[in-house]
Design a binder for this molecule. Sequence first.
Ligand code: FAD
Length: 331
Amino acid sequence: MANTILVIAEQRENKLVRVSFETIAAAQQIAKHTGAAVEVAVLGSSAQTIAQELAAKAVAKVYALESPQLEMYSSDAYVAVLTDFIKQHQPELVLLPHTYQVRDFAPSLALKLNTTAIPDCTGYKYENGKLLFTRQMFQGKFSADVSFTGAAPHIATLQNGSFRADQAAQAETGQAPVEVVAVTVPEGTVRVTAHEMFKEAKGAVDLTQAEIIVAIGRGIKEQKNIAMAEALAAALGAEVAGSRPVCDAGWLPIERQIGSSGQTVSPKLYVALGISGAIQHLVGMKGSKAILAINKDAEAPIFEIADYGVVGNIFEVMPALTEAIKQAKGA
Ligand code: FAD
């Protein structure tokens, strides 16, 4: 068994999915404790180009697992290619981002490797020479530290926003070596036919990439009031998001919902307007670097995790804040 952490980076339509850098950051941090070498693998029909981007990070090696058969994603092909690769390279730990794609193939990969996978981890601990991963349980009410049983290689997937992509260390000099591995998917392996890639709703945003988010809760009262929050968001250069009731009401599109049944985000600033701070909402945003909560109820649970709090009426605070920001920017 090699003392290696293998990160499986994700690409979609030959573009690297940014959350892969969060996984690299996690691997680099864990490696500081275990002394492991961090390697990265990416699969695709032209994985080589993406591999170059990954090689700019402080990693020991990047593998581009290439085959025209990997042009369209299929769990069967990914499992077949990765099973062979992991058996050959014997990394101690395999880390993946907990994306929809990974949720699709990781359990099957663990089964094929006859190993343990810990999914959707939010952190890790290194205690007495043992690596533990933290997972949320019961909709985020509790956290549990979980360890692997059985022999390595072990697999863990990491929740979006649990590690910071901008903390993925760059290579100090030059690029990490890239090895292109031509792989073949044996005939009959893939049992599904991929059709055209599903395109998300027109104008859909990727909130996981937003630096500032202005989120609206039921305190906004009516759809027409959202314009006030949008004005604040525009002044801040922020994306607008919402709690579940706001999205359920159709006031904001569902892809802008934050929480356990929506997106998990970790922007530099999260402004929560009239959001009470139910646990299902908190799990989606508590990784934000700074949280500003504005709520008229001083006892609202959102204040327990807020870095800055304003006890007040959002209909007074929103326009005042928008105006102050505009003035500060000299607009
Ligand atoms: P409320 O809890 O009604 O809070 C409104 C807040 O606005 C209150 O704190 C109030 O004091 C404040 N307020 C009112 N008027 C003003 C004003 N004028 N000025 C300032 N403050 C004001 N929720 C999510 O958000 N995301 C999810 O993904 C999600 N998934 C769920 C999954 C399951 C299985 C379940 C059971 C629930 C889920 N929920 C989710 C719902 C969650 O439990 C809460 O009901 C929801 O988050 C509450 O939204 P809210 O904070 O906007 O509304």
